[in-house]
Design a protein around this ligand. Structure first.
Ligand SMILES: [Zn+2]
Length: 160
């Protein structure tokens, strides 16, 4: 669940807008940036990284998420997402694609706050539960050693 102030949300959106500038999007020309806030306050940014073979393409949200997980950070409260065609200001809300919703649900759960912004002053927010109702997460595979520690303690998920 988010505890961010309005100013903190605006700052997160600005970081997503900055990350968007690094987008590698020569095929779609649609540039996306994301800023993912961890429970401990650290922020990981990402941009979309396209590929000439298309399938290996990664979205901005998953780029940010995988950076964080690679750094050992697995609990998140908020993510800001922005997207627009190259050279344009953000005229539309860009929401996470289905793959990203699933990937984010794994670590953010239903309470992850998703900020979809045109600008720092023009955005909407939805919980992951609204974007991915009845999401499939770690609790769905309870009993799997990948999600439970030796003492029954869950390793990387919260309470969903
Ligand atoms: Zn995506």
């Amino acid at each position: 669940m988010t505890n961010l102030t309005l100013d903190e949300k605006k700052a997160l959106i600005r970081m997503a807008l900055e990350a968007r500038e690094q987008a590698y999007a020569p095929y779609s020309d649609f540039m996306v940036g994301a800023a993912l806030r961890a429970e401990d306050g650290r922020i990981f940014t990402g941009c979309n990284v396209e590929n000439s073979a298309f399938t290996p393409t990664s979205c901005a949200e998953r780029t940010a998420l995988f950076k964080a997980v690679a750094e050992g950070v697995t609990r998140f409260t908020d993510i800001a997402v922005v997207g627009a065609r190259r050279g344009e200001v953000n005229k539309q809300i860009t929401s996470p694609c289905g793959d990203c919703r699933q990937a984010l649900f794994e670590f953010g759960g239903p309470e992850l706050n998703v900020i979809m912004a045109k600008t720092p002053d023009d955005f909407i927010e939805r919980s992951m539960d609204e974007l991915l109702p009845f999401g499939f997460g770690p609790s769905n595979v309870a009993g799997n050693k990948a999600v439970e520690g030796g003492g029954g303690e869950r390793i990387f998920c919260q309470n969903w």
